[in-house]
Design a protein around this ligand. Structure first.
Ligand code: GDD
Ligand code: MN
Length: 394
């Protein structure tokens, strides 16, 4: 908002909530940058520009449009130039391709205090931009054009696969945000809030989800939209994008639930170790090995698989450290962990639980395993796979 705008905004708030101010009055004061990521959207560029032009006239909306194009070479650059709109420009990107990266670059370049992100293929209704900005000016930190709130919808042409896909993705992101449609690529936020984002590192398509988590937004509004299927051009949502989404989710979970994510992954790896142990043991048994050999093989192979999986997933930040040192300290930690397990179980069995009560041995053993696992986790997290800090010379 301009200086004047901010002032008028305040005095108006004293008498009536901002939402009730006439649309035109809000737009006199609000300058918007609309960022549109594009890849081979030459057919859609003139269409979306003409819709935005209509909106500028009808609602007095002062906006610039930034097409962030990943070097499509399909005439997109010419299409923007030929439109003759001085408020529209196209930026051709040649490095770090990708929808999310393009949007972030666009937000950096944007000149105005309010940022809007939307697709080029007219899936997102241009007419809803005022509603997004209105909700933003009434105090929300971010406003999303949502398919999944009352009044919102997806195109009837959406196949079952795409619908299911979108629903599953939304479900998986539930622990990160209670927003109904965090997968939407249509949203508005303030430039000043965007600047507060911490270590943005999106992969794939879900830029709104990345911003929700990394900006720690609490007040997020959702405005219902009717999501339409693209008419021209092709969707770029591929299987590889889906896999990227899983990777992206894992990163966001780690960001949000840092310490408990290490533990959860460590426990999952531990459970997988049990399966590996049993499978190896059975294999050796079938091959005719003696019990002592089979048991030892089960333990050795599962220790190796646990080590590799923990290094690759649970404590992936330590993947660049010396693997031999890590492996030896992992074995050492496991041995101490086993001793802790043994000592705790024995102590409970002999002095806390009555040794002759039913299942006392099993209960003691369970506590032993829990203590040993706890020890192993701490030893792995802070010793075997410790973070290496780079000392900055003074
Ligand atoms: N710069 C750039 N680079 N733009 C891209 C890229 C890329 O690699 N891939 C896609 N885009 C642009 C497209 O040109 C389009 O304007 C927009 O990003 C969305 O791409 P689509 O291919 O139309 O995606 P979609 O329809 O499958 O996905 C939409 O729905 C999802 C939710 O279901 C988008 O709105 C997503 O943002 C949204 O998450
Ligand atoms: Mn689309």
């Amino acid at each position: 908002m301009t200086e004047l705008g901010a002032h008028r905004h305040k005095s108006r708030q004293a008498t009536a909530p901002v939402c009730e101010a006439p649309l035109a009055e809000i737009f006199v004061n609000t300058k918007v940058s609309i960022v549109i990521p594009t890849y081979k959207e030459v057919e859609n560029i003139p269409r979306i520009l003409s819709k935005i032009d209509d909106l500028r006239t009808k609602s007095d909306l002062d906006c610039e449009v930034l097409f962030m194009d990943d070097d499509s070479r399909d005439g997109s650059v010419e299409a923007v130039r030929q439109s003759g709109f001085e408020w529209a420009q196209i930026v051709v990107r040649t490095k770090n391709p990708g929808l999310s990266a393009a949007v972030l670059d666009g937000f950096e370049l944007a000149q105005n205090p309010v940022l809007v992100c939307m697709d080029c293929d007219l899936s997102h209704p241009v007419e809803k931009i005022p509603a997004l900005i209105l909700a933003l000016s009434s105090g929300q930190e971010m406003v999303i054009g949502s398919r999944y709130v009352a009044g919102g919808s997806t195109d009837d042409d959406w196949g079952l696969f795409r619908w299911l896909n979108s629903r599953i993705a939304t479900f998986l992101s539930r622990p990160l945000t209670s927003v109904r449609d965090p997968m939407s690529g249509f949203f508005a936020l303030r430039k000043q809030d965007f600047k507060k984002a911490e270590d943005l590192n999106p992969i794939g398509y879900k830029i709104a989800l990345e911003l929700i988590v990394k900006c720690s937004f609490q007040n997020i509004g959702e405005v219902p939209i009717e999501f339409l299927d693209r008419v021209a051009g092709e969707s770029k949502l591929t299987i590889s994008q889906q896999l990227k989404f899983i990777k992206h989710l894992r990163r966001l979970y780690i960001h949000k639930f840092a310490e408990s994510m290490y533990l959860i992954q460590f426990l999952v790896v531990g459970a997988s170790g049990l399966l590996v142990n049993l499978a190896t043991l059975t294999l050796f048994q079938v091959l005719g090995a003696k019990a002592v050999v089979s048991i030892a093989a089960g333990i050795s192979v599962s220790m190796c698989s646990n080590f590799l999986l923990n290094r690759r997933f649970s404590f992936s930040y330590a993947r660049d450290s010396n693997i031999l040192r890590q492996f030896l300290s992992f074995i050492l930690a496991s041995m101490i962990g086993a001793a802790v397990n043994y000592a705790v179980a024995l102590y409970l069995q002999s002095s806390v639980f009555l040794s002759d009560s039913s299942y006392s041995l099993q209960v003691s053993a369970i506590f032993g395993v829990a203590a040993g696992t706890g020890f192993n986790f701490i030893a792995n997290r802070f010793f075997v796979f410790r973070k290496r800090f780079i000392r900055v010379p003074k």
